[in-house]
Design a protein around this ligand. Structure first.
Ligand code: TA6
Length: 297
């Protein structure tokens, strides 16, 4: 999944965590622990690989993902924040889709490890650049708890003196064997179909993947299950702090249209995202925090 990437070690931060750089100098946290392997890009605060020991990778990464300081990396878990999709018009023109967090340089926070796994934080702070895009002081923390399971908590702290609202996605690209081997269950029956003018539609609680999908499901009141008959595994996804879940597959035409995804890339990925997509957004009072999370077991 990431064997095509090569890194040079810069610094050992903890027995299982190294700071490394690729040949272009972009920095990554590389975790090699007896329970798991994982890689985070500091560009975007972006988990690009997670594989529990003796298991198949959980997270998918495009083999043709572009690593530069402008583009969001195709695959992994992009951090869409402080908006989802297009920015609201009052914020101005020409703002990046899915917010600026996934194309910003994050810094390394706390790292703790034990025999059971790793807990680490990546941080993004408001700056004069971000204040031009979004006029609110903030502190954003991605807290990752890595063991046999993957838990990501995106903690938004309002560092200003006025409330703000945000929308967001932990835009998780999951690794699958092939679309016809998988079944998704546990979804809310109602979803907004972005491929049909955002119309509210009713679907079954179980979904087969046999065409392009871009659906914003109302929040499920139970875990979402991704069964993969060929990999002989069922992933259990528990989302908190979200108001919806997004399912996305670009399918054949979408994959072909992406320069950073192989034409057959759609066959081995499915996005199941923990999201805040309601028009009203999630309010965060001055000095307070809100957490959006996803737990994949
Ligand atoms: O989460 C689904 C979605 O909003 C789709 O509409 C599609 O745009 C996808 O995200 C990927 O967006 P990106 O900007 O990463 O190409």
């Amino acid at each position: 999944m990431i064997s095509h990437l090569s890194f040079n070690t810069l610094k050992l931060l903890s027995p299982s965590v190294s700071l490394k750089a690729n040949n272009e100098g972009f920095e990554f946290l590389v975790i090699e622990h007896k329970q798991l392997n994982a890689v985070f890009s500091l560009h975007g605060g972006h988990l690009i690989h997670f594989q529990p020991t003796q298991q198949q990778p959980i997270i998918w990464l495009s083999k043709t993902a572009i690593f530069d300081d402008k583009k969001a990396i195709r695959g992994g878990v992009p951090i869409c924040w402080p908006w989802f999709g297009a920015a609201s018009p009052e914020l101005g023109e020409g703002l990046p889709s899915h917010g600026f967090a996934r194309t910003s340089k994050w810094s390394i926070g706390q790292i703790t490890e034990s025999d059971l796994g790793i807990e680490l934080e990546l941080k993004l702070y408001s700056s004069k650049e971000t204040l031009k895009l979004w006029p609110y002081p903030f502190e954003l923390t991605l807290k990752a708890t890595l063991n046999k399971h993957l838990k990501l908590e995106l903690i938004t702290e309002n560092k200003g003196d006025t409330p703000f609202t945000y929308r967001s996605a932990l835009h998780t690209y999951l690794n699958i064997s092939t679309p016809d081997a998988i079944t998704v269950s546990g979804l809310n029956e109602q979803f907004y179909n972005s491929l049909n003018k955002g119309q509210l539609e009713t679907g079954g609680q179980t979904l087969l993947i046999d065409q392009a999908i871009d659906s914003i499901y109302k929040k499920s009141n139970c875990d979402i299950l991704l069964e993969d008959k060929q990999l002989q595994r069922t992933l259990t996804i528990t989302n908190k702090g979200n108001d919806s879940e997004v399912l996305w597959s670009p399918w054949i035409a979408g994959a072909k249209a992406f320069a950073d995804m192989p034409d057959d890339g759609y066959q081995t990925m499915l996005c199941i995202e923990s999201t805040i997509t309601e028009k009203t957004g999630q309010a965060v009072q001055a000095g307070k925090k809100h957490t959006l999370s996803t737990l994949i077991k």
